[in-house]
Design a protein around this ligand. Sequence first.
Ligand code: PEP
Ligand code: MN
Length: 337
Amino acid sequence: MIIIMRPKAPQENIESVIEYIQSRGLKAHLSQGEMVAIIGVVGDKTRLDNQNIELLDGVEKIMPVTESFKLSNKKFKPDPTVIDIGGVKIGGGSFVVMAGPCAVEGKDVLLAAARAVKDAGAAILRGGAYKPRTSPYSFQGLEEQGLKFMAQAREETGLKIVCEVTSQQAVETAANYVDILQIGARNMQNYELLKLAGRTKIPVLLKRGLSATIEEWLNAAEYVMSEGNDKVILCERGIRTFETSTRNTLDISAVPVIKEKSHLPILVDPSHASGVRKYVSALSMAALASGADGLMIEVHPDPAKALSDGPQSLNPSDFKLLCEKLRPVAKLIGKEM
Ligand code: PEP
Ligand code: MN
């Protein structure tokens, strides 16, 4: 449930409501708007007496939150969450572009990719060091050495870095290097991994599971947030449908649905959604128009030689062209890119 305070309720009223909730063994999450403070309550509601709360000074009303996700729920926090990663803002009025190779393959290829995406206007470099491949015989990633190359690329270009983690050991190692931990589609419901990522307090990019509903996805975000990490970035990357022309089906409607249900930023990954390079540009434009907060795009200096996901990777010049197409549209709809 949420407790809505009266407009401009004094700080001491807000504090006593929070104290009351905590004294009953529940958790209180304050969302302080310009006029109105909203206190979200998580825990066993049977320990609370709603009538008592309504009598506390400054309380306007109490409303139930029927959805199973609470901290990620827009009712708990009406204002959009903006995650600031060393000056790179994700959410709110900005449109962030993350780009880079599917996998970190080696230092030189990675640096070439990093320079190219930086030059085109990306703010964040992506690159997998732990690759969850469909076949155990495919390239599995360079692990810690890959993270070291990513950190070197950050050093050289000033780009922030995001890498996927697939295990407890990967979380512990990656926490020493990355700006954003990525939880991939295949691990969206790996609850132990979500909790571990939550405990690091490092921003988490949470991809939608291959066949996850939006509600399941927001509950996965809730696992990260319930560990005290409210820096969750959602990423729609296509879902499994009967369609075979594309690798997955980009669920563009997830963007406005998430915007209605949650305050968390949402990005779109048109590369994994389509699996086909020639569709990436159109889907990126659709993502921007739909209200997404940014993109994650696979870019490789020489896609034909990529060790993974070459067919969906853009080359540097196509990526640059795409950024040039996105920029005026972003400006037109009031997004900073
Ligand atoms: C990735 O971004 O490298 C990746 C494996 O994507 P997904 O988890 O969406 O399949
Ligand atoms: Mn990939």
